[in-house]
Design a protein around this ligand. Structure first.
Ligand SMILES: [Zn+2]
Length: 107
């Protein structure tokens, strides 16, 4: 339950209130729905921010590091052709996992 401020007396009241309990001023229902939408938008932004900056982006940067290291390993001249094939397969698997999220990593 969100708390809003009465536009008449400025005191806190429930968003479900139709009348201010402090001063009795009527509470406009269209304003309530606007506040609900604002609250929902903020909630959605917070969820999106947590989703993108939380474990997901950690995993993303870790995977990007792993892919970069993988291709560096692939470019080593000391690897035999069969080792190169194996390393390339691992690199491609890593890239596939991130391909949808990071299309610019596609080769
Ligand atoms: Zn009031």
């Amino acid at each position: 339950m969100a708390l809003l401020n009465c536009k008449e007396c400025g005191k806190a009241l429930s968003d479900k209130a139709r009348v201010c309990p402090h001063c009795g001023a009527p509470f406009e229902s269209d304003k309530v729905s606007v506040w609900i939408w604002i609250a929902l938008s903020i909630f959605a932004l917070v969820v999106a921010a947590v989703w993108w900056s939380g474990p997901m982006s950690k995993e993303e940067s870790d995977s990007r590091d792993a892919i970069a290291k993988c291709w560096k390993m692939y470019e080593k001249q000391s690897l035999t052709p069969s080792e190169k094939v194996g390393v390339a397969r691992v690199c491609e698997e890593l890239e596939k996992k991130l391909a949808l999220r990071l299309p610019y990593l596609r080769r």
